[in-house]
Write a protein that binds this ligand. Structure first.
Ligand SMILES: Cc1cc2ncn([C@H]3O[C@H](COP(=O)(O)O)[C@@H](O)[C@H]3O)c2cc1C
Ligand SMILES: O=C(O)c1cccnc1
Length: 353
């Protein structure tokens, strides 16, 4: 069996007994039942993922920022030059990007992976180079990736998740960098959810109305060329209209789910990648925590399709892993409750009559 098939085969449903134990434990803690709302549900789910109550604390965490370029950039879907992808990789390595500031704030490690930046970047400490291609092809003209490229990028994500868990990380956080990747994200989301391009295509970095209209036409043209429908093979969908970072993030999610470690998802790029991962292995959703909901309309559509509720909604539209990192303390707090909060019995507090 190859790495992707082996990883998919290792992904299992949540453990019902551990979830029942977590529900029962929550009901004995010194607070009114249900008072922690969504965090209680999250603690139950993470118990089911670990197969234990309490589950391990989701720390240390690592955010993996997968960087790649997009051939569809040639269609004028963003005013930013493609070089910004590689330049931002330098910024991540120097610690100067928003993701670095939020990682320092939340105690997460940062990993930066070149999975397909167009140019060869200067060798730098901390840069993980796993180029599956020098950028994708233009999805309006031909498949963005070959089957070999998409499999290599998914494999990179799986291996990184596996390595991070082997290094002791107990929470994985998705990040991305790729100028034009909100266009590829919209195409993936339209393909996987069956929604119309105009309902899932947004303003990305903040493009003008004319550029957004163009993005919608570009997404429509790519989907028509590729002839995809909801029955298409998920790796084929990724190869036709996705990005190398989408493929790697899909692999990262699969790898985290196989290791039964929570994966905190960032914005629309991660949402699109999670649709691919869930199409390959529906049980990955048990490992996925939607860190936030971004301003991109496609992100809300992806989360709805995945039946994931975002923890934070701050109108962010950045990517890099920033929204997911803001949610990390919430995920950790949800589990800490199961570890540390006293029960009515142990604290000598009277339960309600
Ligand atoms: C300086 C800069 C830093 C970023 N960090 C993340 N993105 C985000 O914006 C890009 C997607 O938006 P679009 O599809 O409109 O190009 C991605 O690189 C994403 O990670 C950035 C974009 C820029 C310009
Ligand atoms: O949803 C996101 O994460 C996003 C939105 C705009 C640009 N880059 C990322």
């Amino acid at each position: 069996m190859d790495l992707i098939a082996e990883t998919i085969a290792a992904i299992r449903p949540l453990d019902e007994a551990a979830m029942n134990a977590a529900r029962a434990h929550q009901d004995r803690l010194t607070k009114p039942r249900g008072a922690l709302g969504v965090l209680e549900e999250l603690s139950v789910r993470l118990s089911g993922l670990a197969g234990a109550c309490p589950p391990p604390m989701p720390e240390p965490a690592a955010v993996a920022v997968f960087a790649a370029d997009h051939g569809v950039h040639a269609q004028g879907v963003t005013p930013w030059p493609q070089e910004v992808t590689g330049q931002m990789v330098g910024n991540f390595l120097a610690g100067g990007a928003v993701v670095n500031a939020f990682a320092r704030q939340t105690g997460a490690d940062v990993r930066v992976i070149d999975v397909g930046v167009r140019t060869d970047l200067p060798a730098a400490d901390g840069l993980i180079v796993r180029k599956a291609a020098h950028g994708t092809a233009d999805m309006t003209l031909e498949p963005a990736m070959t089957d070999g490229q998409v499999r290599a990028a998914v494999g990179t994500g799986i291996e990184l998740a596996r390595d991070l868990v082997a290094d002791g990380h107990r929470c994985l956080v998705t990040g991305d960098m790729g100028i034009a990747n909100t266009t590829a994200s919209a195409a993936l989301i339209a393909a996987f959810t069956g929604r119309a391009p105009e309902n899932v295509t947004g303003y990305g970095t903040g493009v003008d109305e004319a550029t957004r209209t163009r993005k919608i036409e570009v997404v429509r043209a790519a989907l028509e060329r590729a002839g995809l429908d909801e029955r298409s093979d998920p790796l084929t969908v990724l190869a036709e209209v996705g990005g190398l970072e989408h493929a790697a993030i899909a692999g990262f999610i699969l790898g985290g789910a196989a290791a039964r470690v929570p994966v905190v998802l960032d914005g629309v790029i991660a949402g699109a990648a999670a649709l691919a991962a869930a199409a390959l292995a529906p049980d990955v959703r048990g490992a996925c925590v939607a860190g936030h909901r971004s301003a991109e309309p496609g992100h809300a559509a992806a989360l709805q399709h995945l039946e994931l509720r975002p923890l934070v909604d701050l109108e962010l539209r950045l990517g890099e892993g920033t929204g997911a990192l803001l949610a990390l303390p919430l995920v950790q707090s949800a589990v800490r409750v199961l570890h540390e909060v006293a029960t009515f019995d142990s604290a000598g507090v009277a339960d309600k009559a």
